[in-house]
Structures are given as structure tokens and as C-alpha cells.
Design a protein around this ligand. Structure first.
Ligand code: T1G
Length: 703
């Protein structure tokens, strides 16, 4: 018989103290059942004549991390979190919140509605709603300024950053930080306080009205400067903090409630919430049903170039013992220099303390001896992107690695299945495709070929998660160049751009159009940054699709010796050491000559044309990868494009964007462009199917 779900809230007693205990794993999200449970328990506790004080506590790893985000798209149910917080604040007996883990969003608001807050030393707290395109909607914008002042309150809400318990106590947010048993301390503390202390009555930071308004005005100006006048949530946060001074609590709460509703209804918040769940869904690999990640303590990386060193740093930063193998003395020294420079910069910028930097480096073994690989649990091959070199290296790795080790290749384009065969241990070999800079970029594509074992896949995925990365699964079939999800879509993106470049647009115009859409950089700025010779080498080594139009402009630029930022000259010209360039007139001349040679009369493209053509190419390529089973779900494509290629997060990614337009309209727009370049804009079968069945990509996310 199915076990009745335990109620997520229990009322316990310890003498004259009532304990309201929340238990809603995994993160005690404050869904409707939890809210109702807390309200009922509180009313019962306060009404009980043996109750002198109440403690609100949570079982599990954390105090509530906020409202249940999934409920934002549902019909609101009472009590709302705001109503529950008001009920707590108005309680006629002292209420103490006992915090462990991360008290975030509505969880911290609940604690601020309590009359007192105590926390374990390791606890952290924050209001990250801005990362979801919204603001604290349960009284946080009114109570936090009262507790810590406008300046610090605006900092916390506009950055969404977490603060530790120690800092929170210094700010006046927490009353007691303990190293002892939290529940015991909380009950003792509750017994020690005699009176309620409603936060709404706290005027400590509201007395200096002039100073308060100066903080508000300065922040409003800063937000407008940095984010523009239309940045909804940030501006509404400032308005609400202003209201906390100027309006009575009830009215301030109304202002907050209306601002919250506007933000939640915005396309931006919809996109950011989708991104939140898409990143979590991406980590759900089918192989998890068959295997668990094996323990990885020692990692070996073969190749200490930019990628190899970056992966080594990411592993050191996550506490792994790292062996980095490079060729010869000079290779070892170059890798040591690269990694050393990273730690020097991090210490200089205060990101790490000297001690932390030194401690990390004690776990690094740098060598030019491959036979050290026998000790590693996981080996990442990160040498040059050349099939023969990689195949030979993987064969050596396969021979040296211990029987239960997992072998990963960082190839971004080469045939993964063939490389796995070359290692002699295809079942133990998978793809681990990091994105530059590997110590920073959150995205890792886990390449899965037909012969890979579930254990190897899950161990690689587990390693990526342990590095704090977001792993996305990319299934590749024999004979297919890796390319995985990201680079396959990038090829379509670049191809669409190159066609417009050949037909009349300029690099700067195309880049400008994509920046105004929300990308940080346009395709030609990215090309210059990554090095034009790398892409050139790949084009030369890859068989051309005879049915696809080939644009030779990029090749001609490289053949002029213009390689991008590394040669201060590419699509743009760069002053020494500068990352911002000016359009390269010689390239414009080269393009004009190229068109004349091909008999192409340049035509005008509006920025909207440019965006539409590129986005249609991206969505269509995504649909093709879904049809080929390379991507498991559309939201995985969204995650790859947002984390790896700068697709604006507030839009939720290209596949979510396509749903906002609808697959039917996308399919009809593609049909207009398809005759121009069927390989790019000929609708993929999955898209045609969704359009015909009036379905959305989101319907495929559930699968
Ligand atoms: N609502 C619903 N589900 C949530 C959730 C939430 N707030 N937070 C986490 N989950 C699910 C998540 O999808 C995953 O599910 C599982 O919990 C574990 O999460 C009115 C408006 C706390 C730092 O923004 O940042 O309060 O994939 O894998 O890496 O003002 O979760 O297992 O099925 O992320 O250890 C504000 C969001 C909400 C915090 C833990 N709060 N959460 O990270 O685990 S808005 C937040 C996180 C709000 C009020 C407002 C992280 C974490 P599944 P996980 P983790």
C-alpha cells in the first residue's frame, strides 16, 4: 500500500516552546501545502496557553530556499507567502527562525517576518529573485531595508548575492550565530526572549529620510545607467525600497505585490524561470537508471594548453588531485606558467587568498611522464584538435589507464566513436567538451557514442557536476563528427551570417543586430576572439556538403594572414592588447571584390532580417539535432546556447523563443527562405511535425 505522503509541516513541543518543523525535500520549497501547514501550526501554537514562544525550523540540508517556483505559472492559492509572513509577524507570541543551509527568497522573507533569527555559522542567505526576473514578493522589499538599511538591502536584492551568517549578523539581519546544535539553541533562545518584535515596527534605518532617499536616488541612477530604463525587476526593486520609507507598511506591501505580479508576468521572468529548470533537467541522463557515478579522486589531464590548463584549474578549484601531463620540459613549464598566472591574478583580484592559491597548487602534479596516468580515476585528453594525434594519444592512454578508469576526450569536432575505438576501450571512453575559458564557463557537453557504458557516462557527468558545471548530454552516432549540440548549431548560425555577408551585409551590421537582440558579442567578434585560423583548419579538414552554398570570405581573410585578435587584425582591427576593434576596411574591400568575382549584386538587409534569418537557422538546426537524437530535449539546446554561446538568458534560449513565436509560424517563415539555402532553412522534420500537430517544443521537454 502506497505510503501516505508525510505532511510537510509538523508541530512539536519542547516544554513552553512550540516548534514548527518544515520537511519538504529536497530544498523545503514553500509550496501551498507547506504554507498552509505553517499557518495552521502557528495558529495552533499561539492559541495554546502553554506556548510562550515559537520556533520555525526545517529538517534536511536547508531552511526553505524560497517559494515553489513551479507555482508561479499556476493559479495562486492561499495563503500566499506574503499573507503567511504577515501572519507570522502579527503573532502574539515571539517567533524565532532557526536557519541552516541557504535561506533564500521567500525562505529569508519568512525568517524576516519572524521576530528573531538565529543561524548556524555555515548558513548563507540571500534574495536571488532578480535571477528569475522578479523581486522578493512576500514582504522582503519592505522588511529588509528596515533591518539592514537601504544601501545593503538594495545590494542584496539587485545582485541576488548570498551573505554568510557572520556578515548577516554584522548587518543586523541575524540575532545569533551558533556553532552548537541549532534546534537546541533555537529553543533556548526562544525561551530567553519575552516579547514579540515585529520587523514592520523597526524604524532604525528609516529615521534618516534624507540619507535613505539619497541611497535610493543613487541606485536608481546606477540601474538606469547599467541596465537601461526598461530593466523591469531592478527598477521595481528600487521603487519598492523607496516605498518602504515613504509609505506605511501595508501600502508598501501592496506596491510590492503589484510590482511582483508585473515582473512574474514578464517575458523576461518566464525566460529566466525556464532557464532555471532547464539547467536542472539537463542533468537528468537516461544512463542514471543503469549506473551511478564512480568515485573520482585523482584526475589526469593530458595536454596543458589553454583548454587543458583551464580544466586542471577547474579540477583543483573543486578539490581534486590533478596530474597534468605535457610534452617535454618546455611544455611542462608553459603549463605551470599558465596555471601559476591564473592563481596570481585571482589572488591579486581578491578572488582567492594567498593560502587558498597555494593550497590548490599543492594538489597539482605536473609531469611529462605518461606512465603516471595509471593512478588516475578519470583521464581527460586535451591535446590539439587533430584526429591522428588524438587517436594515437588515446591509444596510449587506453593502454596505461587502470581497468576501472574513465577516459574522456575534449574533442569539439572529431568523430568521437572513432576516437573511442582508437583508445582500445570504447566502453570506458566518452566526450567531455569544455568551453573556453574552462575554469569559468559553466557548460560541459558530455559526448555519448553507441559503445559508451552507462557507468562511464555517469562518472563523466558526475565529474562535471563536481566542478560546478552544468553537464548536457549529446548523443553522437558513428561517423558523425562530434560537433555535439553547440558547435552544430554554431555552424548553422555562422552559415546564415556568412550568406548575408556575401549578399550585402557587413560584419559590423550583423554583429550589431545580434547584440541588439541580446547576445554580448556578434558572430564576427566571436570569430576574431576565438582565432580565425582554428575555424579555417576545421573547414579544410572537413568534407564539404555538396548541397550547401559555400562562402569563401572567411578563408580569404585567413589567407591574407588576418587571424583575428591574435594578429590584431581580422574582421576588425585591434589596437595592441585591446579586445574592442574597429571595422577592418581591407576586409570590406575583400568582400566587395569577392562579390564582384561571384557576380553578386549586394542587397540591403534590415537588422530584423538579419536576426530572423539567423534565429530561424538556429532553431531549425536545433530541431534537426532533436530529430537525430543528438539532443535529448529542446531545453538542453536552450541550456547549451545560453551557457556556451551567449544566447540571452532572459529569453530562455532559442527553442523556448521558438515556442513564443510558435512552430507553425517558424515553419512558414522557413518555407520562404528555404529555396535560398535548403540545407539551412529547409524545415527539419521535427519542426514540420510540431507545426502540423500544433504542438510546441516544450511538449518534447517532458519526454
Ligand atoms: N522551487 C521549486 N523547486 C526548486 C526550488 C524552488 N525555489 N529550488 C530548487 N528546486 C528544485 C530543483 O529544481 C531541483 O529539482 C531540486 O530542487 C534541487 O535543486 C515570493 C518570488 C537552493 C542553491 O531562487 O538556487 O522565493 O531537478 O539541483 O544545486 O519572494 O536550488 O531535483 O527535480 O538546484 O544543491 C527564490 C532557487 C525563489 C533559489 C540548491 N529562490 N534554488 O542548489 O540543488 S522565488 C531561489 C537554487 C521566491 C518570493 C520569491 C538552488 C539551491 P530536481 P538543485 P543545488
Amino acid at each position: 500500500m502506497k505510503q501516505a505522503p508525510k505532511h510537510p509541516v509538523r508541530l512539536e513541543r519542547q516544554g513552553n516552546v512550540a516548534l514548527i518543523v518544515i520537511e519538504n525535500p529536497p530544498v523545503n520549497a514553500l509550496g501551498v501545502a507547506v504554507r498552509r501547514g505553517i499557518a495552521a501550526a502557528l495558529n495552533a501554537a499561539v492559541a495554546h496557553d502553554k506556548t510562550d514562544a515559537v520556533v520555525i525550523a526545517a529538517n534536511g540540508r536547508t531552511f526553505p530556499v524560497g517559494a515553489d517556483i513551479r507555482e508561479f505559472d499556476m493559479v495562486p492559492q492561499e495563503p500566499s507567502l506574503g499573507q503567511l509572513c504577515n501572519l507570522i509577524e502579527r503573532a502574539q507570541k515571539p517567533v524565532v527562525a532557526a536557519i541552516q543551509g541557504t535561506a533564500l527568497g521567500g525562505g529569508l522573507e519568512l525568517a524576516m517576518a519572524a521576530h528573531y533569527r538565529i543561524a548556524v555559522k555555515s548558513a548563507r542567505m540571500g534574495l536571488p529573485e532578480i535571477h528569475l526576473g522578479t523581486l522578493p514578493g512576500a514582504g522582503g522589499t519592505q522588511r529588509l531595508p528596515r533591518l539592514i538599511g537601504p544601501e545593503l538591502a538594495l545590494d542584496m536584492m539587485l545582485t541576488g548575492n548570498q551573505v554568510g551568517a557572520g556578515i548577516a549578523a554584522e548587518m543586523g539581519l541575524i540575532d545569533l550565530v551558533t556553532d552548537n546544535d541549532l534546534r537546541t539553541e533555537a529553543v533556548a533562545y526562544a525561551r530567553s526572549v519575552a516579547v514579540t518584535r515585529p520587523t514592520s515596527a523597526n524604524r532604525t534605518h528609516l529615521v534618516d529620510g534624507v540619507g535613505y532617499m539619497a541611497s535610493v536616488a543613487a541606485r536608481r541612477e546606477q540601474v538606469t545607467m547599467e541596465l537601461g530604463a526598461n530593466a523591469l525587476a531592478p527598477h521595481r526593486i528600487v521603487d519598492c525600497v523607496e516605498a518602504a520609507l515613504l509609505l506605511p507598511m501595508e501600502t508598501g506591501l501592496e506596491v510590492e505585490r503589484s510590482a511582483f505580479k508585473d515582473c512574474i508576468a514578464s517575458r523576461e521572468s518566464e525566460g529566466l524561470r525556464h532557464a532555471f529548470f532547464a539547467e536542472r533537467a539537463a542533468a537528468k541522463f537516461p544512463e542514471a537508471a543503469e549506473a551511478k557515478p564512480a568515485q573520482v579522486d585523482r584526475v589526469a589531464i593530458v595536454g596543458g594548453g589553454m583548454m587543458g590548463s583551464g580544466i586542471a584549474i577547474a579540477a583543483l578549484q573543486s578539490g581534486f588531485a590533478v596530474t597534468l601531463v605535457e610534452q617535454g620540459e618546455s611544455g611542462v613549464n608553459a603549463a605551470l606558467e599558465r596555471i601559476g598566472a591564473y592563481y596570481e591574478r585571482s589572488v591579486a583580484k581578491g578572488r582567492l587568498s594567498e593560502a587558498q592559491g597555494a593550497a590548490a597548487l599543492t594538489h597539482l602534479q605536473l609531469t611529462n611522464k605518461l606512465d603516471t596516468l595509471g593512478e588516475a580515476d578519470l583521464i581527460v585528453e586535451a591535446i590539439a584538435e587533430d584526429f591522428d594525434l588524438k587517436a594515437q594519444m588515446l591509444a596510449e592512454i587506453g593502454a596505461l589507464a587502470k581497468p576501472d578508469a574513465v577516459i574522456a576526450t575534449n574533442t569539439s569536432y572529431l568523430d568521437l566513436a572513432a576516437l573511442a575505438e582508437a583508445s582500445g576501450r570504447p566502453a570506458d571512453t566518452v566526450g567531455l567538451h569544455f568551453f573556453a575559458p574552462a575554469q569559468v564557463n559553466k557548460l560541459v557537453e558530455v559526448g555519448v557514442h553507441d559503445g559508451a557504458s552507462a557507468q562511464s557516462v555517469m562518472t563523466a557527468q558526475g565529474f562535471a557536476r563536481a566542478l560546478g558545471k552544468t553537464p548536457v548530454r549529446a548523443r553522437v552516432h558513428a561517423g558523425f563528427g562530434a560537433g555535439y549540440i553547440g558547435n552544430s548549431i554554431l555552424e548553422a548560425y555562422r552559415h546564415a551570417a556568412d550568406i548575408m555577408l556575401e549578399d550585402g551585409a557587413t560584419p559590423a551590421q550583423i554583429d550589431g543586430a545580434m547584440r541588439s537582440f541580446g547576445f554580448q558579442l556578434g558572430p564576427y567578434q566571436v570569430a576574431d576572439m576565438s582565432g580565425l585560423d582554428i575555424a579555417y583548419a576545421r573547414r579544410q579538414s572537413k568534407p564539404r556538403d555538396p548541397d550547401a552554398r559555400y562562402v569563401e570570405i572567411a578563408d580569404k581573410i585567413v589567407e591574407q594572414g588576418w587571424l583575428g585578435q591574435k594578429s590584431n587584425r581580422g574582421y576588425y582591427i585591434y589596437a595592441e592588447g585591446q579586445r574592442q576593434g574597429v571595422p577592418n576596411g581591407d576586409v570590406l574591400k575583400l568582400i566587395a571584390e569577392h562579390r564582384a568575382q561571384k557576380g553578386i549584386t549586394p542587397r540591403k538587409f534590415s537588422d530584423r532580417d538579419i536576426r530572423d534569418r539567423i534565429l530561424l537557422a538556429i532553431v531549425n538546426a536545433g530541431a534537426r539535432l532533436l530529430g537525430e537524437g543528438v539532443a535529448a530535449r529542446p531545453s538542453d539546446i536552450d541550456v547549451v546556447m545560453m551557457l556556451g554561446f551567449g544566447y540571452p538568458r532572459s529569453r530562455g534560449g532559442p527553442m523556448m523563443d521558438a515556442d513564443a513565436t510558435t512552430p507553425s509560424i517558424i515553419a512558414s517563415r522557413l518555407s520562404v527562405l528555404a529555396p535560398e539555402e535548403p540545407a539551412l532553412w529547409g524545415a527539419a522534420p521535427v519542426l514540420t511535425m510540431l507545426a502540423q500537430e500544433r504542438q510546441k517544443f516544450a511538449d518534447l521537454n517532458a519526454s
